[in-house]
Design a protein around this ligand. Structure first.
Ligand code: ZN
Length: 435
């Protein structure tokens, strides 16, 4: 598949490091001159830009946290006069106060290019009809992909977050070839297609780019099988720019970070110490070229690792592994740490199980317990047989015990009987241990 900007995307490591260093110096100077927050922070820590003599010195700089940007929202961390801001967006606000973010004209241009790069890597071209099923609004998904697709020259269908039946009608009517949205939404579309007895082959879809919520390899397989498409992962964060920070190429094996514009590090979320190459921890990003809202060592809260092996696609940018979850989603139970998505991945190895599940944690007589409500779908071969269901229950709890070393109770429930979590996430965790 083609590479949109080979000049950058296939840069040699030493050239890239030089470019990153030059850009870092500019951004540090700009942040210190124009953003009171950074001026104060650097003064407190007695850091001056000339202390940074190579890209490795980045670890001398302090972190910026979500709390910092929330306190400064909407405009206090902007590094340009407000008259130069041409757009504001905001974070979803599911984790506290929404954060306002701003873009200059150049930032919007950059954003378009970054998204166009990842769309090109997924094989999208000017012949495609790209249906964008992210909401068009304050959140960044809709507009970000819109600009990227337009830059490529594809035909954009700004469907936004329509009702699923309408979404399918649009797809059929306009002969959509590329679907963009949340992976959970793609699965919901697949389910409705099945209910409508409408084979995916009657549509024209050939690929999908998904993001904005963690998803597993199992979910990818389900989406690819049910919708008969290639499904690609993308990574973005509204505070940093929106979609376009990283995206998968045709190898579907990690997401290339746009390293000429973002400096990525992995730290231990508990101590803040940078972790050795390849280890899993919290992703920290520094924007290297954004004008309006530069961020230095921003703690994303997302857990992943960096893959520093050559990729067959020819891009030299390092990759991040699929984001496993957020540092604040980690569940501590029975002396073990795990993510809800790990449970989901184990359960989905079985046929006929919906990715929508609910995890309930409780405590009785000082003993912790965990119950997982698992939705069975009509694809389950022994839906009407008590014995088959009982055997399934045992298999699932055994598999979780083997994989995660925790004892759980499985409750099988009918499809769509588990309430969806906020923001339409598929996994809901109810922790009653604290009350
Ligand atoms: Zn690649």
């Amino acid at each position: 598949m083609p590479i949109l900007q080979p000049k950058y995307e296939t840069m040699q490591p030493d050239e890239l490091e030089q470019l990153q260093f030059e850009r870092l110096q500019i951004i540090l100077n700009r942040a210190l001159t124009n953003v009171a927050f950074y001026r104060k922070l650097f003064e407190e820590q007695q850091i001056e830009p000339h202390h940074i003599t190579s890209i490795k010195d980045i670890k001398k700089l302090p972190f910026t946290t979500r709390d910092d940007v929330q306190k400064s929202s909407p405009y206090n961390m902007f590094a340009v006069p407000l008259r130069d801001i041409v757009r504001v967006h905001s974070t979803a606000g599911t984790r506290g106060t929404p954060v306002g973010v701003g873009y200059t004209k150049n930032d919007i241009k950059l954003w378009s290019i970054l998204v166009a790069r990842l769309m090109t890597a997924a094989g999208v071209n000017e012949h495609d009809f790209v249906q964008i099923a992210f909401p068009y609004g304050l959140m960044t998904g809709g507009f970000g992909f819109h600009y990227g697709a337009e830059l490529i020259g594809a035909s954009v269908i700004p469907a936004s977050a329509e009702d699923i039946h309408d979404q399918i009608a649009i797809m059929k009517n306009f002969k959509t070839t590329v679907l963009i949205g949340r992976p959970g939404y793609a699965l919901a579309i697949a389910k409705v297609l099945t209910e409508m007895q409408m084979p995916a082959e009657t549509l024209y879809l050939r690929c999908g780019i998904f993001g904005s919520e963690p998803w597993s390899e199992e979910e990818r397989k389900q989406i690819e099988t049910l919708l008969k498409i290639k499904a690609y992962d993308s990574y973005g964060l509204s505070e940093v720019i929106g979609p376009g920070i990283a995206g998968e190429c045709e190898q579907q094996n990690g997401l290339h970070i746009n390293e000429d514009h973002f400096l990525a590090e992995i730290i231990d979320p508990a101590t803040g110490t940078p972790l050795p190459q390849g280890e899993e921890g919290e992703l920290v990003l520094t924007t290297l070229s954004k004008e309006a809202f530069p961020l230095i060592r921003y703690r994303t809260g997302d857990l992943t690792r960096i893959i520093d092996e050559p990729c067959q696609c020819g891009r030299t940018f390092r990759r991040i592994a699929r984001v496993k979850g957020r540092t604040d989603d980690l569940i501590f139970f029975g002396g073990v740490k795990f993510f809800p998505s790990q449970i989901q991945e184990i359960l989905l190895q079985e046929n006929g199980i919906s990715p929508n599940l609910q995890i309930v944690l409780g405590r009785e007589h000082n003993t912790e317990f965990m119950t997982i409500h698992v939705e069975i779908t009509d694809k389950f071969p022994g839906l009407d047989e008590v014995k088959a269901l009982e055997a399934l229950r045992e298999r699932l709890s055994k598999r979780i015990e083997q994989n995660l070393k925790i004892k759980t109770q499985i409750r099988l429930v009918p499809p769509y009987s588990t309430p969806r979590a906020e923001e339409k996430k598929l996994i809901r965790v109810i922790d009653r241990r604290k009350t």
